[in-house]
Design a protein around this ligand. Structure first.
Ligand code: DX5
Ligand code: ZN
Length: 215
């Protein structure tokens, strides 16, 4: 079964507790949390005062996606909300190797995220140090964008890099995921799918999560 991580960004924030109840009841594996700073990406989402409440209300493991510059400044805060995975962008870290070790030292699982314009080859020297690669299939910052088809080739390329290196990293993809793009991503070798708009704008989000899980 595919790992499914619904993205909180597309939830109805006027009814956050209900949305988190739905996630808890559903077959979702994780809850994907997009933290933005208005610098690394042209948008601002939510910060730790909000996430503390989210973490209390939701009992799924938290898959935290940091879209901020120098994300190592917030490793302790991410740990404090009980996150399972901390994703940092390759493009946002001056010393990506050190940041990975710092995340690992807290007991969280380190993951490295690549923007659509960053080649998979940049992961060559760190692929054995991380538990997951998050490939962006849209330019980060907003939900509801169109899937970039080239991501399918990157998934296949990353599968090869993981096999050659003997890394245990899994592959997650984020952006424009629906049943069609999701199916093609899983065929290409993706293990986990993030879905915001497709889940939360659906008439039956729990059923939509199940559809993605069965891909
Ligand atoms: C985009 C975020 C995504 C976003 C995905 O910057 O990283 O997690 O919520 O939304 P959809 O699935 O609607 O493209
Ligand atoms: Zn994300």
């Amino acid at each position: 079964m595919t790992i499914v991580s619904p993205s909180l960004l597309s939830a109805d924030f006027g009814h956050l507790a209900d949305e988190l109840d739905m996630i808890d009841r559903s077959e979702a594996d994780w809850l994907h949390i997009d933290v933005m700073d208005g610098v690394f990406v042209p948008n601002i989402s939510f910060g730790f005062p909000v996430l503390k409440h989210v973490a209390k209300l939701c009992h799924k493991p938290l898959d935290v996606h940091m879209m901020i510059v120098d994300p190592e400044r917030y490793i302790d805060e991410v740990k404090a909300i009980g996150a399972h995975i901390m994703n940092v962008h390759y493009e946002a870290c001056r010393h990506i190797h050190r940041v990975i070790q710092q995340i690992r030292a807290t007991g969280m699982r380190p993951a490295v995220t690549l923007n659509p314009g960053t080649p998979v080859a940049m992961l060559k020297d760190i692929i054995c140090d991380i538990d997951m690669v998050l490939l962006m299939s849209v330019n980060p910052g907003f939900g509801g964008q169109k899937f970039i088809e080239h991501t399918l080739l990157k998934v296949a390329e990353l599968r090869d890099l993981i096999a050659e290196s003997g890394s245990a990293a899994i592959i997650e993809v984020d952006g424009g995921v629906n049943a069609d793009t999701g199916m093609r991503l899983v065929e290409a070798g993706a293990d986990a799918l993030v879905a915001g708009n497709y889940v939360f704008s659906s008439g039956n989000p729990e059923e939509t999560i199940l559809t993605l899980k069965r891909l």
